[in-house]
Design a protein around this ligand. Structure first.
Ligand SMILES: Nc1ncnc2c1ncn2[C@@H]1O[C@H](COP(=O)(O)OP(=O)(O)O)[C@@H](O)[C@H]1O
Ligand SMILES: [Mg+2]
Length: 392
């Protein structure tokens, strides 16, 4: 196994910068998932590591060795693609053995490797079949087997599960996790699917428009997103983001730290910021900011405790939970109404809340909600997370 280091790696096509100075390290034996929306530069990055795409600037190291100018076959990597790229006229066995025969490995060694991989990937009964007689999931297992028999230093996966239906994707996700568990291989895995990233990764690297946004464990990415892009990209349904104005709140005693208590007023929301959020607000000071709240971090409450009133527009009962989409407070808050008497319904950002499955609000209902204790994220006007706890 080996580490992979990308140092200021860059890709341009003419004047178009597709991958901006990328600094990223895949540690020895680590499964690092590079995730981002379609077109953000994931495949380009992977192809530069594989040697299928020229590196415009920067340094690539594989196993500590500069690899910029190594040919793909000298990089000791194996790649698994979304399109399985199997040879249609060859059996499963031959598909897996082919790359090894080209490398002139000893036939007994080839046979051992293919049979080991087939046993592990549960392909033994299928070894004599042609690809067209396999399901999508089986074909992708063969493609994985073909990579495994190579015993490479590094595996590269480019959206390997995207062609599979939802149920198979879940099964194959488990196969990839098992593969990593068993081989303890260094894997750079690219996907646009944040669920795959969250479930598979040792660490996640989030990319947007060719620029790396954050690299951290799934837990940190979810709990401490570095900016509003990561905050809304990871987690489904997406985190609510409300533009707010932070104001020193004279009606509440100063926070435990002794500083002023802040209030976030965003038209649809109006709340006193407590705990970490209060400390973050004190650090940021008065002015515009963005408050981020995940759908499960709002709870129904009594009318007089409401920090947000959600007017129900769409109800999605999913069995285990119900998602309610809506916007705009029905009634203006006291402070808001004194400022703008005429406006009965203020414009608000669309919002999503997760409720218990037995709750079935009707369209047009207004649900009084408040923030759960300890929940919420604060972002500065430039979209960067403000965290007074000292977390990254
Ligand atoms: N040969 C090329 N010439 C110009 N632009 C390209 C070329 N190949 C890819 N791109 C652009 O690079 C960007 C990143 O592509 P890609 O790495 O395939 O994204 P992803 O894999 O994240 O979906 C896209 O906007 C794409 O249009
Ligand atoms: Mg791609």
């Amino acid at each position: 196994m080996a580490s992979v280091e990308l140092e200021h790696l860059q890709k341009r096509y003419g004047d178009t910068l597709v991958v901006a100075s990328l600094d990223l390290q895949v540690r020895d034996g680590e499964l690092l998932v590079l995730v981002g929306p379609s077109g953000c530069g994931k495949s380009t990055t992977l192809r530069m590591v594989a040697g299928l795409e020229e590196i415009s600037a920067g340094t690539l190291k594989i196993g500590g060795r500069v690899a910029n100018d190594l040919s793909p076959r000298d990089r000791d990597i194996a790649m698994v693609f979304q399109s399985y790229a199997l040879y249609p006229h060859m059996s499963v066995y031959e598909n897996m053995a082919f790359g090894l025969r080209i490398r002139k490995l000893d036939p007994a060694d080839i046979d051992r490797r293919v049979r080991d991989a087939a046993r592990f990937l549960e392909l033994e009964p299928l070894l004599e079949r042609r690809p067209k007689a396999l399901s999508g999931g089986q074909r992708q297992r063969v493609a994985m087997g073909r990579a495994v028999v190579r015993e490479p230093a590094v595996f590269l996966f480019d959206e390997p599960l995207s062609n599979l239906d939802a149920k198979l994707r879940v099964q194959m996700r488990i196969e990839v996790a098992r593969l990593h568990e068993r081989l303890r291989a260094t894997i750079l895995y690219v996907t646009h699917d944040q669920v795959e990233a969250m479930t598979l990764a040792d660490r996640i690297a989030v990319m947007h428009k060719g620029v790396l946004q954050q690299v951290a464990s799934p837990d940190v990415i979810y709990r401490q997103p570095a900016n509003t892009f990561v905050a809304t990209f990871i987690g489904s349904p997406a985190m609510n983001l409300w533009p707010v104005t932070l104001e020193a709140d004279a009606t509440v005693a100063p926070g435990a730290a002794g500083g002023p208590t802040f209030r976030a007023d965003g038209g649809c929301v109006q709340l006193t910021l407590k705990g970490n959020l209060g400390a973050a607000a004190a650090q940021l000071g008065p002015g515009p900011a963005t408050l981020g709240v995940r759908p499960q971090d709002l709870e129904p409450c009594a009318e007089n405790e409401a920090e947000l009133r959600l007017r129900v527009a769409v109800v999605e009962p999913l069995g285990a939970e119900t998602y309610v989409y809506g916007n705009a407070a029905e009634k203006p808050f006291a402070a808001a109404s004194s400022r703008d008497e005429a406006t009965v319904e203020r414009v608000a950002s669309p919002s999503i809340v997760r409720l218990d499955p037995q709750t079935r609000p009707r369209l047009g209902d207004v649900i009084p909600l408040r923030l759960r204790a300890g929940a919420g994220h604060l972002f500065a006007a430039d979209g960067l997370r403000v965290d007074a706890s000292g977390a990254p």
